[in-house]
Every structure is written in C-alpha cells, then in structure tokens.
Ligand binder design. Structure first.
Ligand code: UD1
Length: 344
C-alpha cells in the first residue's frame, strides 16, 4: 500500500472518480465530505469498482476541530487532494458569503494543519475560469489571470493566491494547482457519475436529462458568438482522464519528482468543441436525439476557450486519451443507470 491521501469532497463528482484511480494505483484514501452536494451511496459505488472501501468521514472542511480530529484519527496522511467546494456559478452571485466562507476557510484550515501533521503536499482543484476570455488560444498556463466574473470564479483565484502566498512564506509543503477545463463523462461501469441537485446548470447533465425525457428541450445559450457555428466553444475532458492527472500530481509531490514547490497545470484535451458540435457528437455516439432550441446568451459565459495541455503532457507525462464519443456514451450510460435505479 502506498501513502495515505486525504481526499476532500471525495463523494463528489470528480472526487469519487479520483478516489477510484488513487485506489487502483495503490494509495490508501480517506474521504472527507459534508455530503452537501453528494450522497453516501457513492462510497458503495467506489467499493464496487475497486473492491476497496475508502475510509469516509462526514465532516465539513470549514470545521477546524473536525479536521484536526480526522488528522488525529488517520495518522500519517501524506498528501491532500482538495476538491471540496461550492461550485455553482449562478448561485455564487446570490450567496457570495457562503461561497467565500466555504471555499476560502476550508483551504485555510487545510494549509494551517498541513505543517502540524507533516503533510507533504496539496493538489488543488482550480478552473480555467481564472483566464477569463483569453486573447490567445489555445490557452497556456502563463496567460494572464483576468478579473473574475462571479464570486465562485473569484474564490478560485483567491484560493490560488492563498496557496501561492503560503508556499512563499517558507513552509516546507508543496502544491500543484490543476486548472480544469470542462470535465464530463462517468465511470464506464456507471457505478459513479455526476449527480446534480435540482435543475442542472451545466451542459452535459442538462443534455442527458433532456435526451431521457426529464427536460423538454435543451436551451443552447447563443448562436451569435464569433465562432464557426455561432455557439460557445469549450474543451470537454473525460473525468477519468482528469482523475488520472491527480494521481500523477500527488505522486510527483510525494516522490519529489520536481524541485518546484508550486506548479500549475492546465488539464484539457487541447480540442475545442462548440455546443452544437457537442450535441451532434452525442446524437451520433448514442443514436439518441436531443431536442434543443437556440435561446439568448447566458450572462457571464465566455465565448471560447480551450487548453494548450502541452505543459502537462510534457512535464507530468499525462495526456487525455479518452475519445469524445466514448465519453458521451459514458454520460448516457450513467443517465440510464439513474433511471434504472429510480433516482431520475
Ligand atoms: C462553468 C464555469 C467553470 C466551472 C464550471 C462548473 C465559467 C466561465 N465557467 O463552466 O468555471 O468550473 O461551470 O460548474 O463560469 N450551455 C448551454 N445550455 C445549457 C448549459 C450550458 O448552451 O443548458 C453552454 C454554455 O453556454 C457553455 C457550455 O454549454 O458554452 C458549457 O457550459 P457549462 O457546462 O455550464 O460549463 P461552463 O460555463 O463552461
């Protein structure tokens, strides 16, 4: 068994897939999750896939005393992968303080406890949202950070600054900041996947819920952008590819593969796909029709962004390999599984 890793938000969408990949790679995982946007059944799904039940503690990362108890109980945690955060862009506009409290205090607690418990490093979930609308595409890690368009986006930027300043203050911990593009898809077993609360705000869950008949039609937010077909372009990355990058990142820290104390990587495929192209690709991959209509632009959307993942490819030796067709089929299989289980 390799080192013990604390995965905050490990019952969530990306956290659960990363736990699977960590366990497959031989790491011992302790999940802490407050279940505010997830379900304890996810732990069963992880166990079904890997044959190993990760340790699970229901707690909130903003609760310093609870976090201390967890570090005491599971002594010898060597690394942290910090997913736990509030992530609905729209909601953050109406509840900024909730977003700042959740997303800032949890990170501060973890950074304070790391030296106390000899934790060597932290991998942090950031977002390509920090680049705003980049002038040069595909976007590299050295592109300028733009003013955030929402409290959610701002919380990610402040998180990055908190990590940077903490590392610069001379602590001995290391950090890798991963800037995700648009994670989609589900584990091919359909034992775990994305389970949004209420009406989905993100494209794929809304699309699969429309395809299965829960929603009447998908609204495509704008077809008058300056892109070939007029709809927005994003870099959709398979959640398993994304999860594997976390395993590589934590390994890089724990095995001292780099002298750098702080590194940033873009996690994307390098391919931009428009909303209309994505709908097409889904229909082709699954042979299922998606009723849609074009509506006005959504406030705060950027026109187009996709990654230059070259730095991650070269330095981490990691690359996104799953095809968009397989990825979309996995999303559909997951939606069918939710129906079968009577969840949706
Ligand atoms: C957003 C955030 C990102 C955050 C992510 C997860 C921004 C700029 N990006 O990504 O930081 O990590 O959510 O919550 O704030 N679309 C439709 N119809 C729909 C839903 C979406 O046409 O019903 C379009 C959007 O206009 C966009 C694309 O699909 O062009 C993807 O949207 P979405 O899945 O919400 O992700 P982002 O907005 O890219």
């Amino acid at each position: 068994m390799k080192e013990k890793i604390l995965v905050t938000g490990g019952a969530g969408y990306i956290g659960s897939h990363t736990t699977v990949e960590l366990q497959n790679a031989g790491y011992e995982v302790v999940i802490v999750d407050n279940l505010s946007n997830s379900n304890a059944n996810v732990i069963d799904g992880i166990e079904k896939i890997t044959g190993i039940r990760p340790a699970f503690e229901q707690a909130d990362c903003i609760d310093l005393e609870a976090m201390k108890r967890i570090f005491d109980t599971y002594s010898g945690i060597k690394g942290i992968i910090h997913f736990a955060a509030s992530k609905a862009v729209g909601e953050s506009v109406y509840k900024p303080l909730l977003y700042y409290r959740n997303n800032l205090v949890s990170l501060i607690n973890l950074l304070e406890l790391m030296p106390v418990y000899n934790v060597e490093g932290i991998v942090f979930s950031s977002s390509c949202t920090v680049y705003g609308q980049p002038e040069i595409l595909p976007v590299t890690e050295s592109a300028p950070i733009q003013p955030a368009l929402s409290p959610y986006g701002n919380s990610k930027q402040i998180n990055e600054e908190i990590i940077r300043d903490t590392i610069h203050s001379g602590v001995s911990c290391k950090s890798i900041i991963l800037r995700y593009f648009n994670p989609i898809g589900a584990h091919p077993s359909a034992e775990i996947g994305e389970l949004p609360n209420g009406v989905p705000q993100n494209l794929i869950p809304f699309l699969t819920q429309t395809a299965i008949g829960i929603r009447k039609e998908l609204s495509v937010f704008g077809n008058d952008y300056n892109t070939p077909d007029g709809s927005c372009i994003r870099d959709y990355i398979n959640v398993i590819d994304l999860s594997r990058a976390h395993v590589v990142a934590i390994e890089r820290i724990l095995e001292n593969k780099s002298n750098a104390q702080l590194e940033y990587f873009n996690l994307g495929t390098g391919n931009g796909l428009s909303v209309l192209e994505l709908i097409n690709a889904f229909e082709k991959a699954t042979q299922v029709k998606v009723p849609y209509k074009i509506v006005g632009r959504r406030e705060g959307d950027i026109e187009q962004i996709w990654a230059n993942p070259g730095y991650a490819n070269e330095v981490l030796g990691w690359k996104a390999v799953e095809s968009i067709e397989d990825t979309l089929r996995s999303s559909w299989k997951w939606q069918l599984k939710l129906r079968e289980k009577g969840i949706m």
